[in-house]
Design a protein around this ligand. Structure first.
Ligand SMILES: Cc1ncc(COP(=O)(O)O)c(C=O)c1O
Length: 404
């Protein structure tokens, strides 16, 4: 009999969102007259912007004529998009990233899950706790994480770096040396941002200890404060130790369209091997490119009108973040995030666990959020609300919570 990859059997069930879905459907079945406001999952609600829609229409028309039709995209992405990214996301911020270090993909989830393929199976990973689950689960599938302890919610061979109120939700350098360090800023789920001098310490550590940093900057567009870096390459020496992953999902609303990219600098080498060349080889072998029409839509995000439309979209969600953050504060909640990020991370009240608070909010206010403990043990006692709803729903949710 053929054998399966046993590592998949080690994965605990995707408890978090399936449990939320079950609880919400049980509640709505019992309370058909109540409308539930969902501020749980991180999906956007606003439509694509005008410049993006125009670019899509134009590209679709091109596909209808023989002279302008496009088949397979180049493995690494169309030059028009990679040049626009290199110029706008990096060179304009003083980071010397060139177009041939940029790999266009169909999103940050795939890239953040696939990137671990470049590293040895016995590499040790370090993750923040709480954490976006993809980093850990993709390493479980690859057989890198040891055994799971359901009591602690931790894997034996993973280094966990707690992000707590005490450290402002920015992990401290690990006491044991990892090979691969996953960092995500602005952070999902805590909404925390990292200052440039803090990130520089991580870059210096990685260069000194011979680690690689996988830097997930999916929420970069939400940064509003001056001393918060938009890219890890703003730090000196980062090109020698860091891979950066970006997405068009949360800035431009591409969650359903699918577009992202990964930067693998040429300076990134191990034992004489170029990680950039390895990732290029991987793309060539396993990936056939994001659709032409979607890459044209991505390019439209970098025109003056496109940039302005994205600023408005981000401002729309950040107004929700302000509504939720300020409203909860007025009610006496302890609230974090929502300044450089669309996530609000609040402390539960009356000593409730994250799940108790979930039930409390669902039953008393008919509002759905995400229990912090679902992202890792250090998330216990916290709760995540997203700013990705509509203005109306965000305000209504706050009024309902105030009315409990
Ligand atoms: C930290 C982080 N990275 C990546 C993603 C996925 O982005 P994409 O839609 O580009 O796959 C998400 C989505 O919620 C996320 O929170």
């Amino acid at each position: 009999m053929y054998r399966i990859n046993d590592n998949y059997q080690k994965l605990p069930g995707s408890y978090l969102f399936s449990t939320i879905a079950k609880k919400v459907s049980a509640f709505t079945a019992e309370n058909p007259d109540k409308t539930v406001i969902r501020l749980g999952i991180g999906d956007v609600t606003q439509p694509l912007t005008g410049p993006v829609i125009d670019a899509l229409h134009k590209a679709v028309d091109e596909m209808a004529a023989g002279e302008t039709f496009h088949g397979y995209a180049p493995d690494l992405g169309y030059a028009f998009l990679r040049e626009a990214i290199a110029e706008n996301d990096f060179r304009m911020r003083g980071c010397g990233i060139s177009a041939d270090e940029i790999f266009v993909s169909d999103g940050a989830k795939c890239d953040s899950g696939n990137i671990q393929e470049l590293f040895a199976v016995d590499s040790r990973i370090a993750v923040c706790d709480p954490v976006y689950p993809v980093y850990v689960d993709s390493n479980v599938m690859a057989g890198r994480t040891g055994s799971y302890d359901p009591a602690s919610g931790r894997w034996s061979d993973v280094i966990y770096m707690p992000c707590t109120e005490g450290n402002g939700f920015v992990a401290e350098l690990p006491s044991r040396r990892p090979d691969i360090i996953y960092l995500c800023f602005p952070n999902n789920p805590t909404g925390a941002a990292i200052k440039k001098e803090q990130l520089q310490k991580w870059v210096d550590y990685a260069n000194k200890e011979g680690c690689v940093i996988i830097y997930d900057a999916a929420y970069e567009a939400y940064i509003s404060e001056q001393d918060v870096p938009h890219s890890i390459y703003e730090c000196e020496g980062a090109k020698a130790c860091a891979i950066e992953i970006r997405s068009f999902s949360k800035n431009a609303g591409f969650t359903g369209l699918r577009l992202g990219y990964t930067v693998v600098p040429k300076e990134l080498t191990s034992g004489g091997a170029s990680l950039r060349d390895m990732w290029a080889r991987r793309h060539g072998t396993k990936y056939n490119g994001a659709p032409y029409i979607v890459q044209r839509a991505g390019e439209a995000c970098y025109t003056p009108e496109g940039k302005e439309s994205i600023r408005s979209l981000v401002a729309y969600y950040m107004e929700n973040a302000r509504t939720i953050r300020d409203g909860l504060k007025e009610m006496g909640y302890t609230v974090y995030g929502g300044v450089n990020s669309p996530y609000i991370w609040l402390k539960t009240i009356d000593g409730m666990s994250s799940w108790e608070f979930f039930d409390y909010l669902l039953n008393q206010a008919n509002v759905v959020g995400t229990p912090g403990s679902g992202f890792g043990p250090s998330g216990e006692g916290f709760f995540r609300l997203t700013a990705f709803g509509t203005h109306e729903n965000s305000k209504a949710a706050l009024e309902r919570i105030a009315g409990i």
